[in-house]
Structure formats: structure tokens, C-alpha cells
Design a protein around this ligand. Structure first.
Ligand SMILES: [Zn+2]
Length: 457
């Protein structure tokens, strides 16, 4: 069996691994490269002909795992895409949004390129390609063996986002475990990741393999203090957030604060059409919720409370600018590289009364990363904006396992003769994690380069 790493090799983006056996070729994920322009430029490149791919196994609905599926279809892929029903629902929303965002972005980008005399860029795919992709999805529930082209696979709960899965595969007598993204323990809405079965080959994500998260409880405490402090000085709290999972976690925490009388009277805006739609998806997939939350869900809605307003239209979003104090604005995107959060940054970041709370991963080169690294000014819509607001980074809300949790998961997956492969992490993080794994498990991890092929015998 051969694996060629078409993404997420020494980077945290573009997850796409080609598996080739004597009988079949298939992909684990087909995600999009995001972040730096050099990375985004890699999106059209595959080391294979999409027409020869028999099927895809998709681990979850994040864009860096599902984002190139429509491009695969556009290039002639005719097979099935297997995922849990919840992952399929989420992927549909994420892909439609992605096509729209790309189209808007490209219009502006090409206007610039035209003026600079540069060659115009092409869209990776359109909304039509996204709709074509929907026909390829096939739902497969957790814990059922499924066989296709002589490959057997089974999904387990990865505890990363709603209905995310890691997968056990039987390929030519070998057992391969693909972690997808492994979740952080103690998240409010979904169940913790499961212990994996032992694998001959184990592909493990390493996003946060170099750090320890603060506990969820401590993070909630810090979050509450940040809000109260901001309200005391008459400010507004901005929360740039991923539309998927983190936005719902934050809403759920705020609703609990309201229930417990801990949230002073204020206005809370979920200013993201995508996050609003995904919140509905949570309501449609109670089977993926944590047990206590599921009980609660049977009695009442998980997210609604009187201060909360969903602002779907641009007009409603613009009206938020009139609110001068005691408000919480939750808007995408999570790394401040686009989306409605940019308008709010322009409007509020320069004012020291306000606060910006980062609750998710900030990739290198993004505006979010610049702010948390202490930039005095950042560029928003080609205008320099002073960073005077108070800045918080609360990493305990992360959807990714930290170092201890990854090690714990590997304890389940590794045997003394397992082949271990690091994927989905920055090169510097993998380098730090390598000696830890070698000492603990006596297994030397493989750290593939992008587009490298590794043979397993
Ligand atoms: Zn993910």
C-alpha cells in the first residue's frame, strides 16, 4: 500500500491523503489549503487523476478537510464520498459558503490583478460544482463496518466537531487508523473522542501537539471575566469565531450564563449567516450531542435566550454599528481574514473600551495571528486600524486535542511495531513532538513532505 500526502503535510491545512493498493485508489479527506497565498495556490494541484479515484472517506465538515471535494468532482471524480449523516449536512453548508466566498474574493482580487497587469485567477469551483458534489455523498453511521472495493472501514466518534469521525480501515490485511482531527476533552456540546483500536499504520493529527490547553472550566471563567470587565468600562466584546462548533459552544456558554444570572443585561449578536445555519444543524443532529446536553435538548432549545439576536441580512448586520456599549458580537471568520468580523474590527478595534476575544486557532500570516502576537496596527480593508482594544486568547475552547490528549489517544492506537505518521501540524510543532513520541512509545514517526509518497509493506 502507498500513501501520497496531497495536503496537511507539515502544515495544518489541505488534508488530503491518497491511498493506493493493487486494486483501488481512494482519498482520506479532500480539504482545501487556507491561509497564506502560497498555500492557497496549491489548491489546484493533485498528484493523481481525479477520474481514477474510486471513493473518498471524509472525516468531518471543516473546509480544510472537505473543501476541495467540488474541485475533485469538477475534474471528473465519479465515486462516492462516505461520511456520517451529520458530517454530510455540515459539509453541504460549508461548501456552499466556500463557493460564494471564493466568488466574491476573486472578483476583488481580479480587479486588482487587472490593474497591475497580472494574469487573472480562475475560480477553483462554482456553486454548480458544489451541487454536483452533493450527489456523491453517502451517509454511513458510526460503528458499522462498510465494504467498498475490497476495503473495509468503520467510523468512530472523534469528538472534534459535531458528528466528526476518525476511521479504522482494513486494507490488504493491514489495519490503518486515520485520526481526522481529534477533539479536546470536556467540550460542552459533544462527546469526548473515543479510544481508538490498535493500528498497523496510524495517521495522527498534530495541530496542538506542542501545548497544553487550559481546562475548559478555567477558560469559561476567563471568558466571563473578560465580558464583565468590558461591560464595566462601557465597551463591546468582539468574538471572531469559526461558524462551525465554536460559535455554538460560545452561544451555549452565554445561554448558561444567562440562566445562572451571570450575564448582565446586554445584546448578543450572532452575526454570521453560516453560523446561524449551522446552529440549525446542531438541532437536527441530537444523536451527536453529549448525553447531558441531549437530555436538556429534549426539554428546551440549547441556544436561545432573550438577549440573543441572529443577524442574517447585511442590513441587520450594519445596524449593529449603532450599538455603543454592552454588546457581544460573534462574527466570522475566526482568523479575521474575511467575513463580517472585518467590519466590526474597523468599527471598534481602535477603541480601548472594547475587547476582542480569540477563541480559536490563528494560522500564521492571518490578521488574527498578528493581533494576538501584539501588532500595534493591522490592515483591514486596506486601511490601517490601531489595535487598542484589550486582547484575550482563550485556547481552552479549542476543538483540537492538546499534547497530553494526543499522547493518550496514541496509547490506544499504537503497538510496538506500528508505523506512525504525523500529519496536520506545523513543521516546528512536529519536530518538538517527535522526541516525546519516540521516548514514550519507542516508535519513530514518519514526517512526510507535501506530495511525498510513502510505501508500507
Ligand atoms: Zn477540523
Amino acid at each position: 500500500m502507498k500513501i501520497t500526502f496531497n495536503g496537511a503535510a507539515q502544515v495544518v491545512t489541505g488534508s488530503c491523503h491518497l491511498i493506493e493498493t493493487g486494486r483501488t485508489k481512494f482519498l482520506l479527506d479532500c480539504g482545501m489549503f487556507q491561509g497564506k497565498e502560497e498555500l492557497e495556490d496549491l489548491n489546484p494541484k493533485f498528484t493523481f487523476d481525479p477520474r481514477e479515484i474510486d471513493f473518498v472517506i471524509l472525516s468531518h465538515g471543516h473546509l480544510d478537510h472537505c473543501g476541495r471535494l467540488p474541485y475533485l468532482v469538477k475534474r471528473g471524480f465519479r465515486g462516492k464520498i462516505f461520511a456520517t449523516p451529520g458530517t454530510i449536512d455540515i459539509s453541504r453548508l460549508i461548501l456552499m459558503d466556500s463557493a460564494q466566498v471564493q466568488e466574491e474574493h476573486l472578483k476583488t482580487e481580479n480587479r486588482k490583478r487587472l490593474r497591475e497587469g497580472k494574469e487573472l485567477k480562475e475560480l477553483l469551483y462554482t456553486l454548480d460544482d458544489v451541487f454536483d458534489t452533493f450527489d456523491h455523498f453517502r451517509p454511513v453511521g458510526y460503528y458499522q463496518w462498510y465494504e467498498v472495493n475490497g476495503i473495509r472501514f468503520k467510523f468512530y466518534n472523534a469528538g472534534h466537531i459535531l458528528c466528526s469521525e476518525f476511521v479504522e480501515l482494513e486494507i490488504e490485511g493491514k489495519r490503518l487508523i486515520f485520526s481526522g482531527d481529534i477533539g479536546n476533552h470536556g467540550k460542552p456540546l459533544i462527546r469526548d473522542p473515543e479510544k481508538p483500536p490498535k493500528g498497523d499504520i496510524v495517521l495522527i493529527e498534530t495541530t496542538y501537539a506542542n501545548r497544553r490547553h487550559r481546562s475548559f472550566e478555567d477558560s469559561v471563567k476567563e471568558f466571563k471575566e473578560a465580558i464583565l470587565k468590558t461591560f464595566e468600562r462601557g465597551g463591546v466584546v468582539l468574538i471572531p469565531t469559526f461558524a462551525l462548533e465554536r460559535a455554538q459552544d460560545i452561544l451555549y456558554i452565554l445561554r448558561k450564563m444567562y440562566d445562572d444570572g451571570e450575564l448582565p443585561e446586554c445584546k448578543v449578536f450572532l452575526d454570521s449567516p453560516l453560523a446561524i445555519s449551522i446552529t440549525q444543524t446542531f438541532r437536527r443532529h441530537p444523536e451527536c450531542l453529549e448525553e447531558e446536553v441531549l437530555k436538556e435538548f429534549k426539554r428546551r432549545d440549547l441556544f436561545s435566550f432573550p438577549y440573543l439576536k441572529f443577524t442574517r441580512t447585511v442590513r441587520e448586520s450594519m445596524k449593529i454599528n449603532d450599538v455603543k456599549e454592552r454588546a457581544i458580537i460573534i462574527a466570522g471568520n475566526g482568523m479575521c481574514t474575511g467575513g463580517r468580523i472585518l467590519h466590526h474590527l474597523k468599527h471598534r478595534l481602535w477603541d480601548e473600551k472594547n475587547t476582542i476575544i480569540f477563541v480559536g486557532f490563528q494560522a500564521e500570516g492571518t490578521t488574527g495571528r498578528k493581533i494576538i502576537e501584539g501588532a500595534k496596527k493591522v490592515k483591514v480593508f486596506n486601511e490601517l486600524i490601531a489595535v487598542k482594544s484589550e486582547v484575550y486568547t482563550i485556547n481552552g475552547f479549542s476543538s483540537h486535542a492538546d499534547q497530553l490528549q494526543i499522547v493518550e489517544w496514541l496509547e490506544g492506537a499504537l503497538k510496538p511495531d506500528s508505523k506512525l505518521v504525523f500529519v496536520h501540524g506545523e513543521a516546528s510543532v512536529m519536530k518538538k513532538f517527535k522526541p516525546i513520541v519516540e521516548e514514550k512509545f519507542g516508535v519513530e514517526p514518519i514526517i512526510p513532505e507535501l506530495y511525498q509518497t510513502v510505501e508500507f509493506h
